[in-house]
Design a protein around this ligand. Structure first.
Ligand SMILES: NC(=O)c1ccc[n+]([C@@H]2O[C@H](COP(=O)([O-])OP(=O)(O)OC[C@H]3O[C@@H](n4cnc5c(N)ncnc54)[C@H](O)[C@@H]3O)[C@@H](O)[C@H]2O)c1
Ligand SMILES: O=c1ccn([C@@H]2O[C@H](COP(=O)(O)OP(=O)(O)O[C@H]3O[C@H](CO)[C@@H](O)[C@H](O)[C@H]3O)[C@@H](O)[C@H]2O)c(=O)[nH]1
Length: 434
């Protein structure tokens, strides 16, 4: 099939590349000329494991192309994906400006039967709004389909290639067949394509993210309880997760959830509910717990040190999760700002996200090119993002180069007993004090 993808961000670029990998001819479009130039030169504008190699190969084999011209990308196209950003508007509702602009441009370029697939995360009813906008200028028949994306950053290619399920909200049999053909290579084992009405598909995306965020805030509250009761949240988590009705994923307590999706999608669901006269109290609590959690390591440091002025604090990890350079709503930003605001000297290291983080951190946070360089002379070391290279630190070396011997492990990945045996004061999240 000939496919166009509008928007070459995390979702659009992964979608376009994976579809070309399955043999289709894909043209990715973006208004950002710099992104398109980078892609045309064989680079990729984001860090996503495994993606660059796939982009290069499919481009070389002429199944994947990049352009800033949507009209050119849509020539003879049977399917066009819309994968542009839906940032939160002022009231918390998803801002549809980019989606509707893209829909308008797509409408003008339609010259043959086309399936318009919305992949962006959008409020219920958006599919219908896209249909109305496209209808104003389309010169041929078309259908609009809702196909929310569930990939996670850091494992996006794998998630797309082997999805737990594919959700397709579709009203027409013709479009349903096109979508079934398109996704068939990715659901060859037992994973289903779940066909449903477009409104239900749109809500499924928000409900899934809100549920996952709820699990995380729930565990962060369980961790707080553990600290006060002298329990170990790791053991409680294992005990809970082994119940098949609960399961293990997304039960890790930490420094709060960040990223471009959970915070904005939780807010969007609350706004959607409020506009309908419903109070989604549960999600208000999820958000409140998350705000508290982003401050947790700072509060622990204040409790331990008293005043932080003049203390040197080293941060390992800045990205909102490992294996990405995405800094959107990263908990590290909150921690760095709080520490710097309290007069501490902050030095941070991230293996990938440092350049993206630099302008967001402000002048008071220094970046180090290497983890131990960040820890040099520090009074305390904070683990914020659990990159693999931070998981087994050299405690002896840290003991020699740090000024103080205090560790704040925001992800519970360090061995508390080993750290304490090496003379460190160790604080985790929901782990018992020594
Ligand atoms: N990032 C994720 O992990 C993820 C996962 C699932 C769903 N989503 C959802 O997918 C959507 C896209 O997210 P993202 O993270 O890929 O966004 P992004 O900000 O990384 O990328 C969006 C891209 O769209 C481009 N764009 C905007 N308007 C355009 C237009 N009219 N024509 C062409 N290009 C245009 C922008 O220049 C940008 O490059 C959002 O709704 C998001 O909520 C994101
Ligand atoms: O047990 C856990 C799991 C995650 N997190 C945090 O939660 C945030 C989000 O992590 P993750 O979900 O792995 O990354 P995203 O790329 O934001 O993916 C989420 O958001 C995407 C955009 O909607 C969806 O497509 C995915 O299914 C959904 O997992 C990060 O800050 C993680 O550190 C925890 O604190 N504890």
């Amino acid at each position: 099939m000939k496919i166009a993808v509008v928007g070459t961000g995390y979702v659009g670029l992964v979608t376009g590349t994976c579809l070309s990998e399955s043999g289709h001819h894909v043209t990715c479009v973006d208004v950002d000329e710099k992104k398109i130039a980078t892609l045309r030169e064989g680079g990729i504008p984001i860090y996503e494991p495994g993606l660059e190699e796939l982009v290069r190969r499919n481009a070389r084999e002429r199944r994947l192309a990049f352009t800033t011209s949507l009209a050119a990308a849509m020539r003879d196209t049977e399917v066009v994906f819309i994968a542009v950003g839906t940032p939160p508007g002022e009231t918390g509702e998803a801002d549809l400006t980019h989606v509707l602009t893209a829909a308008e441009q797509v409408g003008r370029a339609i010259e043959r039967y086309t399936v318009v697939v919305n992949k962006s995360t959008v409020p219920v009813g958006s599919c219908e709004r896209v249909r109305e906008v496209v209808a104003r200028s389309a010169r041929a028949e078309f259908d609009v389909v809702s196909n929310p994306e569930f990939l996670k950053e850091g494992s996006a290619v794998d998630d797309f290639m082997r999805p737990d399920r594919v959700v397709v909200g579709v009203a027409s049999e013709r479009a349903r067949q096109v979508m079934a053909d398109l996704y068939q290579p990715f659901v060859r084992t037992e994973q289903p394509i779940l066909f449903m009405d477009p409104r239900s598909a749109e809500l499924t995306k928000y409900a899934a993210n809100a549920m996952l965020a709820t699990r995380i805030s729930f565990m962060n509250d369980v961790a707080a309880l553990c600290e006060r009761l002298g329990c170990d949240v790791d053991q409680v988590r294992r005990g809970m997760g082994s119940d098949r009705r609960i399961g293990y994923p997304f039960l890790f307590p930490g420094v709060g959830f960040g990223g471009s999706c959970f915070p904005k999608d939780v807010r969007a669901v609350m706004t959607m509910a409020r506009q309908l006269g419903l109070d989604f109290d549960l999600l208000r609590a999820v958000e409140r717990v998350n705000e508290r959690q982003k401050r947790l390591l700072f509060d622990k440091a204040v409790k331990h040190f008293g005043a932080l002025a003049g203390k040197r604090c080293a941060l390992w990890g800045l990205a909102f999760k490992p294996k990405t350079d995405d800094m959107r709503e990263a908990p590290a930003l909150t921690l760095a700002q709080l520490l710097a605001g309290a007069g501490a000297e902050v030095v941070a290291h991230d293996p990938v996200a440092a350049e993206v983080a630099r302008p967001l951190l402000g002048p008071h946070v220094r970046l180090a090119g290497e983890p131990y360089a960040a820890a040099e002379g520090a009074d305390a070391l904070f683990l914020v993002t659990e990159w693999n290279e931070f998981r087994a630190p050299d405690y002896e070396r840290l003991g020699q180069i740090m000024r103080g011997k205090v560790l704040f492990d925001g992800r519970n990945v360090w061995d508390a007993a080993r750290a304490r045996a090496a003379g460190f004061t160790y604080f985790g999240v929901g782990r018992p004090a020594a």
